[in-house]
Structures are given as C-alpha cells and as structure tokens.
Design a protein around this ligand. Structure first.
Ligand code: SPV
Ligand code: MG
Length: 294
C-alpha cells in the first residue's frame, strides 16, 4: 500500500498536471473499492452521496464527525487518493480547519470547501444559496492551509456564485481572492444544462489555478471539450449512489412481487465477487500464517 503522503502527492500531481483527470464518487468503503477496481485514479467523497447513504439530506444534516468516519472507511479500503467534499466547512474558519485536520488524519488527500453559509443546501435544490462574504471565506481557506501545512494536501475552493445567480465577474473575483488565500485549485459549479457558463469562466480565468468541474447537469458535453478548455479535473459526483438506487429499487420490487429470489440471482453480484472486492484472500493467507495450524 502507498503511504498517506504518497497518496496525497498523487492527488496534487493529478490536479496540477496538464492532463484531464477524473474523480469518481464514492460514499462508503464498498463503492470506493468498486471505483478503484474499475480503474479510477481518484475518488470524490461526495457530500450528497454520503449523506444520502446515511439517510440524511444534503443540507448539513450529517455531522462533520460522521463525514470523517465515512471517509476513514473509504480511504482505508482503497489505495487511490480521496478528495473530500467538505461542504462549507461546517461553520466558520475554526470548524473548517478542524474538519480539514481530522479528514487528513483519517486518510483524505484533499478537501473541497464551498463558499456558502452553514447550513448549506445542495446546489441543485431551490434558490436559497446564500454566499459567504469573500474575506470571511478567505479566512476559512487560510485557516485550513495553516492548520494542515503538508504541501501535498490539496485545498480546492469551490465557487457557488453561478449557482446563486451571480454574474461571471463575481465568480472571477472570488476565484482570484481564493487563489490569493492559498487555494490549490478552483471548482467552478454550474447547474445549467450546457457548459457555456463553465467555458466562459475558463476563458476568462486562463488557468491561474487548475479548474475542477462537476458536470452533473451538463452531462451531454463531451470530455474532449473539457480537454480543449484546459480543465484539470472532472468529478463524476453522484453516479455510484444513483446506480445503487436504481439497482436496489429494481431488486426490491422484484423480490416483493415474485416472493422469490430465484429470478434475480443472475442479475446481482455473486458473493464471490463481493469477497474478492474486499480481499478475503488476504484474510485466508493471514490465517495460515498467524493461526496455530492443527
Ligand atoms: C456533492 O457531490 O455532494 C457535490 C456536488 O457537492 S453537487 O451535488 O453537484 O453539489
Ligand atoms: Mg456536496
């Protein structure tokens, strides 16, 4: 296994490299293992997906320590870096730096903080998205940088100005301020169904810091357009969780209706697949080594 420092360094390199990179959503150890086996080189510990899997709404109903617990399970299960959705930092600069330090201690390679007020509301719901004042949010970023001084721990500053209905000028002013406050990358978020807002931003921003995007709503745009725009990283933000919803719903409906599990046996993962994903072979080998042999 890689050391924590190596894993963090690989996220930093991935975001800073000129090549388009991808981070896949994970919300628990199992979804993380599946994404890693599929070949993803980094994970997004999504606030929406983690809170949903806990039965909470993406409105800071889950506590920061619940987030840390889930991230511990994710980063312990895989060898690839985990960028954690830290929402707005769970409060002011003090809460933000505490969460960042705890996440780092429990295996995160980086944190993304969004410039909204606590409690946050998922960006795709409603029109109430009060933005943090720029100097106050810069204080959160600076406090995280001072609290977690490892050069390889990545701090992504997420701009919600376009979500809040503000103009591109404001998004750019925020990006500049967050860069000066010490952010390593900018996540520019949009909920439009095409990527025009994103490309207008990247044209004006000129990669002063690497740009991260979350194309959940503008999912039709091909990634070649992101490469052409010089975007650093694309986050597929919630698709393991949504895939699980569809699959579980289908299986529940059929088992209920058919009063049998015979019909779905060939449609669900085998237990051997599960044992393989979570490396039961290692436990058997360890038993050989450590248990008294009879
Ligand atoms: C998340 O995955 O929790 C995100 C991305 O923050 S979004 O849902 O698009 O806000
Ligand atoms: Mg989120």
């Amino acid at each position: 296994r890689q050391s924590g420092a190596q894993t963090r360094e690989s996220l930093r390199r991935m975001i800073a490299s000129g090549e388009l990179a991808f981070a896949m959503e994970a919300h628990d150890g199992l979804s993380a293992a599946i994404a890693e086996r599929a070949g993803f080189k980094a994970l997004w510990a999504s606030g929406l997906s983690i809170s949903s899997s806990l039965g909470y709404r993406d409105a800071n109903e889950a506590s920061w320590s619940q987030l840390v617990d889930v991230v511990e399970r994710i980063s312990d299960t895989v060898d690839i870096p985990v960028l954690v959705d830290g929402d707005s930092g769970f409060g002011n600069f003090n809460n933000a730096r505490l969460v960042a330090r705890k996440l780092r201690q429990h295996g995160a390679s980086g944190i993304c903080l969004e410039d909204t007020a606590f409690p946050k509301m998922n960006s795709f719901i409603g029109d109430r998205h009060p933005l943090a004042d720029i100097p106050e949010f810069c204080g959160r970023l600076k406090a995280v940088k001072d609290q977690v001084p490892d050069a390889e721990f990545v701090l992504v500053a997420r701009i919600e100005a376009l979500i809040a209905g503000r103009e591109e000028d404001e998004a750019l002013a925020r990006a500049q301020a967050y860069a000066e406050a010490g952010a390593d990358a900018i996540l520019i978020h949009s909920r439009k169904s095409n990527a025009e807002q994103i490309f207008a931003f990247t044209r004006a921003w000129q990669n002063r810091l690497p740009v991260v995007i979350v194309p959940t709503k503008y999912y039709r745009t091909p990634v070649s357009a992101y490469r052409a725009a010089g975007i650093s990283t694309v986050i597929w933000a919630n698709h393991n969780m949504r895939a699980a919803i569809s699959a579980m719903r289908q299986v529940c409906d059929r088992i209920l209706r058919e009063e049998s599990i015979a019909g779905i046996e060939d449609e669900v993962a085998t237990l051997d697949e599960l044992f393989d994903l979570l490396n039961y072979q290692e436990l058997s080998a360890a038993e050989e080594k450590y248990l008294p042999q009879t």
